[in-house]
Design a protein around this ligand. Sequence first.
Ligand SMILES: N[C@@H](CCC[C@H](N)C(=O)O)C(=O)O
Length: 353
Amino acid sequence: MAIAATIFLSLSSPTRHPLASQNSFQPISLKSTATITLRYPSLRISASSISMEAPSKSSFLDRKESGFLHFVKYHGLGNDFILVDNRNSTEPRITPEQAVKLCDRNFGIGADGVIFAMPGINGTDYTMRIFNSDGSEPEMCGNGVRCFARFIAELDNLHGRQSFTINTGAGLIVPEIQDDKKVRVDMGEPTLKASNVPTKLPANEGQSVIKSELTVDGVTWNVTCVSMGNPHCVTFGPKGSENLQVDELNLPQIGPKFEHHEMFPARTNTEFVQVFSRSHLKMRVWERGAGATLACGTGACAVVVAAVLEGHTGRSCTVDLPGGPLEIEWSEEDNHVYMTGPAEAVFYGSVPL
Ligand SMILES: N[C@@H](CCC[C@H](N)C(=O)O)C(=O)O
């Protein structure tokens, strides 16, 4: 798929919002011939010849030319997404096959998934749908929903504290943008019933699978299975071993073996966790449909639920991910999990469809 991109670059401060002061941004039109590469702290775009155009007053987000998909690239701790304004339709503007191409890091925009902001149903403000980078559709995405909230605020030009009700495949999710621009999300209640996670592992505590044995490639791991709307298999290490050193794991080798294990009929996300203290964990994740990512919000929530159930931590924890930390609380009061973390716009672009 060919990519034509219009990118707004801040010439003075790469972190400033491109819509904050349009005068300090030069829209650069990328057309097709010789290949060049632009390098920026969080931006690397390969394209063809560059021509400078006069800065436009109209907001990039208002652009509606047909035949193009206008998008904003966001990330939550390096878990990156292509955000699409899909508020005028209940069908995603692109197919799963197109999403796979756009997510390709060499031949596309590059992302862990594509997220669609769609009309709400049953009284909710919006619906969020997402395609993973392999084209599969998960029920929920924690880092994605923080990006979604910032995207909606940007589309509607909202500032300061904002809260939205979002219909997802995991039910109602409520993100709140805080004064510091971090997003706190009510992620709802975890599901522990084995058949609803889903896992075929036999329940060993009530209907739940907690610290159960799972053999993967000849190694027996202790795992706890949690759904945050999407399935998670959380492990603190192989049976009998003390405190897993997550940096030593060969994730691309073992991750897919968990993801496609016969005990997980809907495949699974897998989190490998190291315990620092009763309120501090470190995790690496192998995501269903996306592989090793820099962060996973639903995964961090599932990790804290599993850590409490296995007796490793209390209910409020900092979870360190390769892309940075998330604050997670599993509330005793309402049984909901709350996640707080950042979400940032990276660049604005268009692709011909
Ligand atoms: N990175 C996400 C989870 C995205 C969905 C996941 N790959 C799945 O298939 O369940 C997050 O931040 O939660």
